[in-house]
Write a protein that binds this ligand. Structure first.
Ligand code: PMP
Ligand code: GLU
Length: 398
């Protein structure tokens, strides 16, 4: 008996696989420094946890509406208005099991078999898998470092076909850490309007910004027409250190939100009722916890970038947001480490894990095989230790 073609073409998420591998080594007593998963190391703020505990005691333990409680959808509308200048009604919001699920639902709701989705590379690896699972075709377009890895009009034109249905925008970006400017977003918005396309706007890192000259802009705020075409994706995993609670959401035009909610109602019913209560507390409660975490990430960002810059053969753009350092290792290709030649970022990652116990993500699955990604959502002490090891590793290359 054969598995479906769809199942056969999907590989497991390598970010999660590398994180699991680092965890196994650690469990076996090895002193691994893991720059792998993009997951804040902070605990969920206490007042949010308390709201979750209260939800259990108060009997908020039953099914909720498939799209999430009205209370939470109202809190999300308020957040989208205050932070992003976007007007939505609760009927336009669908709360899902993490932003990952919100994205998967969105692709299922807009794609027919063979429809194409433009994904600017480097890209967070799950987009292409999610498009394929929904029967669509991911179309990668390679952005350039000199453009801060932002899309240009020419690049969009070079991949557009009659089958193009949507464009993915991620700002701040995983893995590059770059933030789209108003001009960058206008290029995409203009193109989407001319060609009648949807825009999937993943804004999950919006609160994590370090470049004082940049601010987060939602592409949906650029005008009525682009608002109607955009599915805004967001969640609480990164900004409130709530990865395990699994709450994300989408905001879009009413008919599309209804379709997304119908799909979800059959596939998973509603997201967890207790987590929904906790997220109400996160969104409506004090926001200083978000700023405290951001400040800590900023310190780490400055430090890891400075350390990376002092290492020969590798280079990176200074991250503007999110919590990733995207490192060009192309100059190490062809060099050897204790007799083993580095032919790709995967070799680099394998060797540094084996010999220096540093876990990082090779970016072949992100569309950039000459890069590795380092998540700095780990303690300063671990970053220091990891960068000492990385420096030693690169200096030993011949
Ligand atoms: N979008 C991006 C760009 C991400 O890096 C992540 C991290 N997993 C997600 C969405 C999904 O986050 P979650 O499902 O935890 O809300
Ligand atoms: N988004 C994070 C990352 O890129 C978490 C792992 C995942 O879901 O891919 O590492």
């Amino acid at each position: 008996m054969e598995l479906s073609k769809r199942a056969q073409q999907i590989k497991p998420s390598s970010t999660l696989a590398i994180t699991a591998k680092a965890g196994e080594l650690r469990a076996a007593g090895k002193d691994v420094v893991s720059f792998s998963a993009g997951e804040p190391d902070f605990d969920t703020p206490a007042h949010i946890c308390e709201a979750g505990i209260a939800a259990i005691h108060n009997g908020d333990t039953r099914y909720t509406p498939a799209a999430g409680t009205v209370e939470l959808r109202k809190a999300i509308c308020k957040k989208l208005k205050e932070d992003n200048g976007l007007d939505y009604e609760p009927a336009q919001i669908v709360v899902s099991n993490g932003a990952k699920h919100a994205l998967s639902n969105a692709f299922l709701a807009i794609l027919d078999e063979g429809d194409e989705v433009i994904i600017p590379a480097p890209f967070w690896l799950s987009y292409s898998a999610m498009v394929e699972i929904a029967g669509g075709k991911p179309v990668l377009v390679y952005t350039k470092k000199e453009n801060n890895f932002m899309l240009t009009r020419e690049e969009l034109e070079s991949v557009y076909t009659e089958k193009t249905k949507a464009i993915v925008v991620t700002t701040p970006s995983n893995p590059t850490g770059m933030i789209a400017s108003m001009e960058d977003l206008q290029v995409v918005a203009q193109f989407a309007m001319e060609k009648d396309l949807f825009v999937i706007s993943d804004e999950i890192y919006e609160k994590l910004i370090y470049n004082k000259e940049k601010k987060h802009i939602s592409i949906a705020s650029l005008g009525k027409e682009i608002y109607d075409r955009t599915i805004v994706i967001n969640g609480v995993s990164k900004s409130y250190a709530m990865t395990g609670w699994r709450i994300g959401y989408s905001a879009c035009a009413p008919a599309l939100a209804k379709a997304i909610s119908s799909i979800q109602s059959h596939m998973t019913s509603n997201p967890n009722s207790i987590a929904q209560k906790a997220v109400v507390a996160a969104l409506n409660g004090p926001q200083d916890c978000v700023e405290e975490m951001r400040k800590e990430f900023e310190k780490r960002c400055d430090y890891i970038y400075e350390r990376e810059e002092a290492i020969p053969l590798i280079s990176a753009l200074k991250p503007e947001g999110a919590f990733y350092l995207f490192v060009d290792i192309s100059k190490t290709i062809g060099k050897s480490y204790r007799g083993e030649t580095i032919q790709s970022a995967a070799d680099f990652a394998k060797l540094i894990l084996e010999h220096e116990l540093v876990a990082l993500v090779p970016c072949s699955d992100f569309g950039m095989p000459d890069y590795v990604r380092l998540s700095y959502a780990i303690s300063m002490e671990s970053i220091q230790k990891g960068m000492d090891r990385m420096e030693r590793f690169v200096k030993e290359l011949q």
